[in-house]
Structure formats: structure tokens, C-alpha cells
Design a protein around this ligand. Sequence first.
Ligand SMILES: C[S@@+](CC[C@H](N)C(=O)[O-])C[C@H]1O[C@@H](n2cnc3c(N)ncnc32)[C@H](O)[C@@H]1O
Length: 242
Amino acid sequence: MSKSNWNKMANWYDSMVGSQGHKYHQQYAIPTVMKLLKLKPNDKVLDVGCGQGALAPYVKQANGKYCGIDVSKNLIAAAIKRHKKDGMFVVASATKLLEVKELHELEFEHAVFMLSIQDMDPLDKIINQVAKKLSSGGSIVIFMLHPAFRIPRQSGWGEDKQRKLWFRRVDRYMSANTIPLNTNIRDHGKKITSYFYHRPLQTYFTELKKNGFAVVDLVELAEKKKGYDEFPMFLGLKAIKN
Ligand SMILES: C[S@@+](CC[C@H](N)C(=O)[O-])C[C@H]1O[C@@H](n2cnc3c(N)ncnc32)[C@H](O)[C@@H]1O
């Protein structure tokens, strides 16, 4: 079960992301997700861990039908306030999608995890539940921090002055790991800890394959800044259900 503290961070997150998305949404996440989705008119999209719904207006603009689910009721309230006209929003955990009555009658052409899959656990259950809400030939699109190069607290930049270059340090990669992140956001005066679920890339492939998906597209995105542009900080992938 996710140790999610996002409900307590909802106000902070909603004001940072706003109605158009944070700069990382605008520059990297949303364009990549939309490109991978390749929506056809009226395709139904399930946004899993939708937060305050930053993706909703973009799906609507592309003539898709949007449904966002999130375990945080405060973030779903923020999503409804900002994006009610762009789709529907439901408080639900990705681990229990089949129990959500608002979704009973619905089947989706696509499921999206935009910067959310590394906030959720257990992965096997989540992929299995999502798979059952997709039509045959349906797709899962994942946009996440690059699991090999950007692992909170366990990776970072270093400068090799002699060789005049920036390198990427990775302390550990192969072990799946729940990483506590100390934030400056306070709840009743106490700083909130958020949790990040690191998994090696092969874990995602294994779980997708187990549930009948094949990866058909993959992109790696680096910042376009000299010295930093050799290391991708984000990864996007698309898998199709056979
Ligand atoms: C970093 S936020 C990303 C939100 C949104 N996709 C975006 O890009 O702004 C991660 C989200 O995952 C949600 N989350 C964590 N565990 C979840 C679960 N088991 N089921 C549904 N949502 C979950 C959190 O509540 C949070 O809104």
C-alpha cells in the first residue's frame, strides 16, 4: 500500500502546478504524454494519479474523453475546481480500481501515469487493475523520472574539473527501494515526509509483460543545457495490451 502523504501536500502542489501545469509539465511531461498517446477522437483516457488534473484540458483539446482518479481527496477537489469542464474526477486508489462504482461501466482506450507511478505501490497490483479497465489493444503511457539516472537522494551531478565535464553519480540502482523525502511543507507545524518508490527499469517491463503488454515506444528526455544534455532526467514509454 502506498505511504502517500499527497493529501496533506495538496494545497502546495495545486498552487505550484496551477491550471496550465508546472514548467516541467509544459516542457516535458504533457507534450511527451500527448505524443505517445496519439489520441483518436472520443478515445477514453484514464489518468491514474491525476493530482489536480493538469492533463485534463489537453486531452479535451485533442477531442479525447478524460477521467482522472487520485487517492487524495484534496487533490481531486482541486481538480474539480480547476478542470470540471474538461472531464470527470473520482477519488480512488489505483490499487482498487475494480471496486470503484463510477468506473464500473467504463472501459478505456488509454491509461496514463504522468509523474505518478513512482508515488504508488505495489506496482504489480496497480498494473493488473489498470489492465482490466482497458479495452483490447488499449495502451498504458507512463511518464516518470528516469529510473536509471534520476533517483532521489541516490543520484546527483558532479563536476570533474580535470576533465572539464559534469558527470552523473548513481549510488544504487538495481534494488527496489522506498525512499523517504523530507519536504518543507508543514502539517500542524510538522514537516511532511513524502515517499518515492524506486524500481529498476526491468521491473516495469516485467509487470507490463505479465499483464499482456508489449512496449512499443520509449523516449528519454534530457535538459537542453550544455553539460547536462547527455543524461536523460525523464523517461516516457507506451505499452499496448495484446
Ligand atoms: C507527483 S503527483 C502527480 C500528479 C499529476 N499526475 C501531475 O502530473 O500533476 C503524484 C500523484 O499520485 C497520487 N497517488 C499516489 N498513490 C496513489 C494511489 N495508490 N492511487 C491513486 N493515486 C495515487 C498522489 O495522490 C498524487 O496526486
